[in-house]
Design a protein around this ligand. Structure first.
Ligand code: NAD
Length: 474
């Protein structure tokens, strides 16, 4: 923490956004955020905030999304602590200049890649994992030595308020600020000049962010969503597969960007799998999900109405019950879902799981390829050729064999989408790189001056050398 800050808090809605950005830029330009010691101190402070004030974050998540505190630890607070620890353990090494080979024609010389902070960055987060998706990118932004503005989602207001209250208490206020607010504030933020914008949310807003960034040629990372398919065949233990799928789907009441969106299976598998999904839901949440303290609620009325509107897309095999007052929607599985139904038109982002019948693997692959490239794709098959074909014949941000969602907890894997599901990636080393410029550095002594072989005036000998040289450089 610093006392020399001109910001009194993380600033509140309607606050002086340009002034906040100017303060952060002055801090960055003064070089304050560059030393490794500052970066490590900020990561430590962030970690302290998450551990000392864990209960405040858990309460906020309970209020915003009825998220169970254990789940908040696994997927929000504890997740970010894990990212910090991973970053802290490796940062010194990852920041070391990376030597690269110099072609013979340029020898003697040394070439290296140096990571440098980009400057003042903006992180815009959605509401569904409002702690993880705001702070995990911030770990990378701080580790890379940047000043950063955090923009939490207005749809998770308790968590947003907790961020605005706690972040300034722990982090360097001259370099880190929280700006709360909705579209008006985000629009004003986007009008500023940033050195990187990291956006997590839907593709519609992603386009707004990309267009605003283009005005200043600001690079963006877009972590978007989409319909993540699951392919299940009869070679696997369907009871075990159903448990995994139900866990990944109904966590946070289905409001997870990497949740299974729909299942592709043959008619025979679909029937058996639906029965196993019913058993799995009971095992996870008991006989009455509405009473389970482990099951979340839909974030707001608009999403509740949208989701209940999807229930007619097929035959209800599991769940289907809802209660508007508490925005409860039971874990629901629909079978015999037509490919042109409402449930298959857009990302579901809630606890409705359609099973679409396919003829077999070819049909499933063709169906996946016909849609947008998903954020994740899950395969439950013990057949190696099936796994290989899906891996090589489809494109998606990630592939999970036998497990949904968990790939994002592997720090060594880049997390991000492709095409409509986003561009750029983060987590672990990739978070550091997302917020760094990879500077190319070449050092060549003035003597001996080997380059005189290519200086004008050109001669026949130099021409012969150049033609050989080009082959070597190529
Ligand atoms: P959201 O509505 O909270 O929006 C995200 C952010 O954009 C918020 O901070 C919000 O204030 C801002 N925003 C909203 N409308 C805006 C506008 N018109 N102009 C400027 N800013 C605006 O969250 P959401 O988009 O509903 O989140 C759900 C989506 O995010 C889903 O599509 C989901 O798949 C995706 N998602 C992706 C990831 C990922 O890591 N790839 C993670 C979570 C969610």
């Amino acid at each position: 923490m610093t006392s020399e800050s001109t910001l009194t808090s993380g600033t509140v809605a309607g606050g002086p956004i340009p002034q906040t950005v100017a303060t952060l830029r002055a801090t960055f330009d003064a070089g304050r955020t560059k030393p490794l010691a500052w970066r490590l101190a900020q990561l430590d402070a962030l970690r302290r905030m998450l551990t000392e004030r864990a209960a405040e974050f858990e309460d906020a998540l309970l209020e915003d999304l009825a998220k169970n505190p254990t789940e908040s630890q696994i997927a929000e607070v504890g997740f970010v602590v894990g990212e910090i620890d991973h970053m802290r353990r490796n940062l010194r090494r990852w920041l070391r200049p990376r030597r690269v080979a110099v072609p013979g024609a340029l020898q003697p010389a040394k070439a290296r890649v140096v990571l440098e902070p980009v400057g003042v960055v903006l992180v815009i987060a959605p509401w569904n994992y409002p702690v993880q998706l705001l702070l995990a990118p911030v770990v990378g932004a701080l580790a890379a030595g940047n000043a950063v503005v955090l923009k939490p989602s207005e749809l998770a207001p308790a968590t947003s308020a907790a961020m605005a209250r706690l972040v300034p208490q722990y982090l360097d206020r001259s370099a880190v600020a929280v700006v709360e607010g909705a579209i008006a504030e985000t629009t004003e933020l986007l009008a500023q000049r940033w050195d990187h914008i990291f956006f997590t949310g839907n593709g519609r807003v992603g386009r707004i962010v990309a267009a605003a960034a283009a005005e200043h040629l600001t690079p963006v990372t877009l972590e978007l969503g989409g319909k993540s398919p699951v392919y299940v065949d009869d070679s696997v233990d369907l009871a075990a597969a159903a448990r995994r799928i139900a866990w990944g789907k109904f966590m946070n009441a289905g409001q997870t960007c990497v949740a299974p969106d729909y299942i592709l299976a043959t008619k025979a598998v679909a029937g058996r799998l639906a029965a196993e999904l019913a058993t799995a839901v009971r095992a996870l949440y008991g006989d009455d999900t509405a009473q389970s303290p482990d099951y979340g609620r839909i974030v707001d009325d608009r999403h509740f109405e949208r989701l209940t509107g999807l229930l007619g897309s097929g035959t209800t095999a599991v769940g289907g019950e809802s209660e508007a007052a508490s925005r409860y929607l039971a874990p629901t599985v629909l079978v015999d879902v037509p490919r042109d139904s409402a449930a298959m038109a857009e990302e579901i982002f809630g606890p409705v799981l359609p099973i679409v019948t396919v003829d077999g693997l070819d049909d499933a692959i063709a169906f996946i390829r016909a849609g947008d490239k998903p954020l994740a794709l899950y395969v439950f098959s013990d057949r190696r050729d099936v796994r290989r074909r899906i891996l090589t014949e489809t494109s998606s941000g990630a592939v999970g064999f036998g497990v949904p969602a968990a790939h994002l907890a592997v720090g060594g894997l880049p997390f991000g989408g492709v095409g409509e599901s986003g561009s750029g990636a983060y987590h672990g080393r990739r978070s550091l790189e997302a917020f760094s410029h990879e500077k190319a550095v070449l050092s060549k002594a003035l003597a001996p001056d080997t380059l005189q072989l290519i200086y004008p005036p050109y001669t026949e000998g130099k021409d012969r050398f150049a033609r050989g040289l080009l082959r070597k450089l190529g």
